[in-house]
Ligand binder design. Structure first.
Ligand code: ZN
Ligand code: ZN
Length: 391
């Protein structure tokens, strides 16, 4: 069974849905239009129930069939990014400064395609929960849905997620058991000293020099505090302070991200960032305020769930198009919160873009509509495999 024929028939329709979502991207926790469209479509497909209001704009479509009490959760994300689109495409973003640069427009569409097929054919025995999640990029919408009792209201045995991976061949599935994506934190460091003239530094406390020491020292956390065989990274991505040749600013602000797999490594990194920033600042007579926010834990795939997901991928794309990922990636994913609470797995689907073409989060990236029926067929095959009809 390659791409499901009935789903291939929806391809033009799915392409139109995807491009409409692409033209109207919405930031994390602002997915009102997208959520309304998802609800309209699910109603039109004839799903049995639509649950709204989880994590504000979250939607769960429910399709029941037969007598089995087994249930599967299929999850897509709906939000876009604060990026000014530069694709110049006819369906480019109409919202200035907001863009579907991570392909969540494609993810939402693939799950809608599966919803249409599953509601129409009902070739399964049990319950399917179609989970449309807000705020993957920021604000941890998956965590919010779990806290809004997603798994209590929608009791499912396993939950699955899928992300497009532009640089892998189109329609190829990538998988691995165990950790697949890293845990993610953001940090803010504000160094406060005493402003002064650049010619009379002895009259102040120079926050630029203090910040330089902090940035260098942060690079010793992974190399000196984390056990060498464990993965981890600390990166400062932003620094601002001062604007003149000869004025030493009172304050410098830094922002950065940290990634890891083992929770204990996360604790070491957080303690390290706090200790070094405040300690170094104090030793120079300045102060540092540190905000360290954990965005998501590591995404860890369950073995049995992954086996099922891989079998469905092989059925759709063929054995040669299903490959193991040798290593996990340092990218992060808030689906981790769902996998922390429920057995499940998260796969990647290749987008067929070349090595020099734009990657995720790039202003010229666009989801490849060719793979819409592949993803939708995978969701459908996975459901029919996990909830087989008797006889
Ligand atoms: Zn993203
Ligand atoms: Zn994404």
């Amino acid at each position: 069974m390659p791409i499901i024929n009935r789903i291939a028939e929806f391809h033009p329709e799915m392409t139109a849905w995807r491009q409409d979502l692409h033209a109207h991207p919405e930031l994390s926790m602002h997915e009102a239009r997208t959520s309304a469209i998802v609800q309209d479509r699910l109603r039109e497909f004839g799903v049995d129930e639509i649950i709204t209001g989880m994590a504000e704009h979250g939607v769960v479509g429910v399709i029941r069939n037969g007598t089995s009490d087994r249930a599967i959760g299929l999850r897509a994300d709906m939000d876009a990014l604060p990026i000014q689109e530069e694709t110049g495409l006819p369906h480019a973003s109409q919202n200035p400064g907001v863009m579907h640069a991570c392909g969540h427009d494609g993810h939402t569409t693939m799950l809608l395609g599966a919803a249409k097929y599953l509601a129409e054919t009902r070739n399964f025995d049990g319950t399917v929960y179609l989970i449309f999640q807000p705020a993957e990029e920021f604000e941890a919408g998956a965590d919010k849905m779990v806290k809004d009792n997603l798994f209590g209201r929608c009791p499912m045995d396993m939950v699955f997620g899928l992300h497009n991976w532009p640089q892998a061949p189109a329609g190829t599935f990538l998988w691995r058991t165990g950790p697949v994506m890293a845990a993610v934190a953001w940090f803010d460091i504000t160094v406060t000293g005493k402003g002064s003239h650049g010619a009379f530094p002895h009259q102040g406390v120079d926050t630029i020099v203090v910040s330089a020491q902090i940035i260098n020292a942060l690079q010793t956390i992974v190399s000196r505090n984390v056990e060498p065989i464990q993965g981890g990274v600390v990166s400062v991505g932003h620094i601002s302070g001062g604007e003149a040749y000869n004025i030493l600013p009172e304050q410098v602000r830094m922002r950065g991200t940290a990634r890891w797999f083992k929770p204990a490594v996360g604790d070491t990194i957080e303690q390290g960032v706090r200790r070094l920033a405040t300690g170094i600042a104090a030793s120079f007579g300045a102060t540092a305020e540190v905000k360290f926010t954990r965005h998501a834990p590591a995404t860890v795939n369950d073995e049995a769930a992954t086996e099922l997901a891989v079998a469905a991928a092989r059925a759709v794309s063929g054995d040669a198009q299903v490959r193991t990922m040798r290593d996990p990636t340092m990218g992060g994913e808030d689906f981790a919160y769902m996998l922390n609470a429920k057995q499940g797995s998260y796969l990647m689907l290749g987008g067929g873009r070349g090595p020099d073409e734009p990657m995720l989060h790039h202003p010229r990236y666009d989801f490849n509509d060719e793979i819409l029926p592949v993803g939708a067929s995978w969701w459908a095959a996975l459901t029919e495999r996990m909830l087989p009809r008797k006889g």
